[in-house]
Design a binder for this molecule. Structure first.
Ligand code: ATP
Ligand code: MG
Length: 377
């Protein structure tokens, strides 16, 4: 028996659009898992970090947002954005990107896993054959704001933007990726580079990978230039285990990976500050969200796929150390999607949402996963 009091406070920020629709069924799934595995979730619901809040208050966040989030063990985020009413640079920069900076969430982690029942654009890919993680540096690199224009308005007009790699920034993401690789059966790390074209910063990145690799003799390491790496994602995705990239390369790979394994509606994402001990003075909350946005085109119709949000909760469980519950959530998702696809192929009723080829609803699919969590062993 576990003597530990396992109780977690979760900040719930549904945001906008389909974020508001996928959050309630996802919370019910997490509740079901928590009950089954004997821990407690205390949800703190916040309506800020949404465009409705912005239109009412003229700001995306209340003044005490940092304290409110820092009091929670994790942040569970739906989607933000309502471009018809609020420009994206206000909604996005005023919420998610502030959290990322303030809480130094320097890792963006996304699993790519081809599941039974999920149609993949890769015609020959078999369920189970693709199962890897992308690890993206989330704070520096190519996305620095250093640079500007010279000779503006003349024929010599020139724009420059610098890439910034700091030793601390590069080492911490590479080391995190090695740790993830070490904890997996295949123990393999692939680094994204472009040191044949980008001749100062990327060789530095490669050099830091090679240096840190010495601390992980049990992990197999390889590197690919980003162009051929993208090709391999599509043509040979089964060769990957953990893939690490700079902010720009990681951004590209962390969208391409989920795209190869099916609809955008199922993929989850974690923005992590990996300091895991709540008692550590450097501890800050991490954020878990679906990869998809607020999807204004389907918002209000009740047909958004809730799996991305539920799977994000699965990543949150892993981060909180509730690995059994995390495994159960993943199994429930896979079983429900796989069985539903089997029924659909036979012409029967199904719970799959339209993005997966079915006629199901957000509520219906969420409910099916919740029931699977309550009934399976
Ligand atoms: P961002 O929020 O990063 O700006 P975006 O607005 O370009 O992204 P999304 O809001 O994710 O993108 O929507 C892209 C497309 O995918 C839309 O056509 C949307 O309907 C569809 N889509 C997104 N999420 C889901 C989902 N959960 N279920 C079904 N379809 C989805
Ligand atoms: Mg959007």
């Amino acid at each position: 028996a576990d003597a530990r009091q396992r109780s977690y406070t979760i900040a719930v920020l549904p945001g906008d659009g389909i974020g508001l629709e996928v959050t309630p069924p996802a919370l019910r799934c997490l509740e079901a898992a928590a009950e089954r595995f004997g821990f407690t979730l205390n949800f703190r619901h916040f309506e800020w970090a949404s465009c409705d809040y912005y239109l009412k208050h003229g700001k995306m966040l209340p003044d005490d947002w940092k304290r409110l989030l820092q009091e929670c063990d994790a942040i569970y985020f739906g989607a933000v954005g309502d471009p018809a009413r609020v420009p994206d640079h206000i909604s996005l920069w005023g919420s998610l990107l502030r959290f990322r900076r303030e809480f130094d969430q320097y890792i963006n982690l996304r699993p790519c896993r081809l599941m039974r029942g999920v149609p993949s654009p890769l015609a020959n890919a078999k369920p189970g054959s693709i199962d890897f993680l992308t690890v993206r540096e989330n704070t520096e690199g190519e996305y620095s704001s250093i640079g500007g224009m010279i000779f503006e308005g003349t024929e010599r007009e020139t724009v420059i933007q610098d890439t910034v790699f700091t030793r601390v920034g590069v080492d911490r993401v590479i080391r995190y990726a090695f740790e993830r690789a070490r904890a997996r059966p295949a123990k393999k790390l692939t680094s994204a580079t472009k040191s044949n074209g980008i001749s100062i910063t990327m060789p530095y990145w490669d050099q830091r990978v090679a240096e840190i690799a010495k601390e992980y003799p049990d992990v197999k390491v390889d590197k690919y230039h980003i162009d051929i790496l993208c090709a391999h994602f599509v043509l040979r995705p089964h060769i990957f285990d953990v893939v690490v990239g700079s902010n720009l390369f990681g951004d590209i790979l962390s969208d391409l990976g989920p795209a190869c394994t099916g609809t955008i509606g199922i993929a989850p994402s974690a923005n992590l500050n990996p300091v895991s001990k709540r008692t550590d003075p450097d501890w800050k909350p991490s954020l878990f969200e679906p990869v998809h946005g607020s999807a204004p085109d389907i918002a209000g119709k009740g047909i958004a796929n809730p799996v991305g949000m539920i799977w994000a909760g699965q990543m949150m469980f892993e981060h909180l150390g509730e690995t059994e519950a995390a495994a159960a959530v993943l199994a429930a998702i896979e079983n429900v999607l796989g069985d539903a696809q089997d029924r659909l192929q036979k012409g029967g009723e199904d719970v799959l949402t339209p993005d997966m080829g079915g006629k199901g609803t957000t509520e219906g699919l969420g409910k099916a996963i919740e029931i699977a969590l309550k009934t399976s062993q």
